[in-house]
Design a protein around this ligand. Structure first.
Ligand SMILES: [Zn+2]
Length: 220
């Protein structure tokens, strides 16, 4: 490639082959994880439906809070017409218009002491436009009650069960991070500016990576 670049076209005097370096620097891949917590969770960047050799453990894409880095499984929530079960299914972060009645949302892996089972115990930490003062006490607005983080127990396949791993389900648009408390106005419909995936990137990402690598090698 360098040889092609140093060789000049006799008529135009331009390099006969001008390559774009950024096209050789790839962005990251989506990270997938099974529905367990911490070290028990299987994490991979190779896109597949299940943990290899275990069809009882589904893999779901992860998105990360842009402020604190907390991970969220990106899911859709559906009700199975036959069994009546509530199912959480894998969803790519950018897929915000699922088929049928599926609801777009996120699963937050519960950690002890971070968020209470009943969100009203942390009412002052909820987004301002979710609460109002009625008869002298702070209350969650009626219109926002179905947006509160919902405690769910989930098995490895994503089915809501009685005894499973504890998660909080949040509906999209993402309105606040349960881990760091960053809140967003309900008017910000897109989740892109609030959560990031490792697969997000463009020309500027490549430039940033190359600039940092250059500075680092100059220093050495
Ligand atoms: Zn956060």
């Amino acid at each position: 490639m360098l040889a092609g670049y140093t060789l000049r076209h006799p008529d135009t005097t331009f390099p006969v082959f001008a390559f774009r370096l950024h096209q050789f620097v790839s962005r990251g891949k989506t990270v997938y994880a099974s529905l367990e917590k911490g070290d028990a969770s299987y994490v991979t960047t190779s896109g597949q439906q299940y943990v290899p050799g275990d069809r009882d453990r589904v893999l779901m894409p992860l998105a990360f809070c842009r402020n604190c880095g907390q991970e969220y499984h990106t899911v859709t929530r559906v009700k199975d017409a036959e069994s009546g079960d509530t199912l959480f299914q894998s969803r790519e972060f950018t897929d915000t218009h699922p088929q049928g009645k599926a609801q777009v949302g996120f699963l937050y892996p519960d950690a002890p002491g971070v968020w209470p089972d009943d969100s009203r115990d942390r009412i002052t930490d909820l987004p301002e436009d979710w609460v109002e003062t009625k008869d002298g006490t702070l209350q969650v607005k009626r219109t926002h009650r179905d947006r509160l983080p919902e405690l769910v127990h989930v098995d490895g396949t994503g089915k809501k069960v009685k005894d499973g791993v504890r998660f909080f389900y949040l509906r999209s648009p993402f309105t606040f991070c349960l881990h760091c408390g960053t809140t967003y106005s309900g008017r910000q419909k897109s989740d892109y500016g609030k959560l990031a995936t490792l697969a997000a990137g463009g020309r500027s990402t490549a430039t940033t990576v190359l600039s940092l690598a250059t500075l680092d090698s100059l220093r050495r």
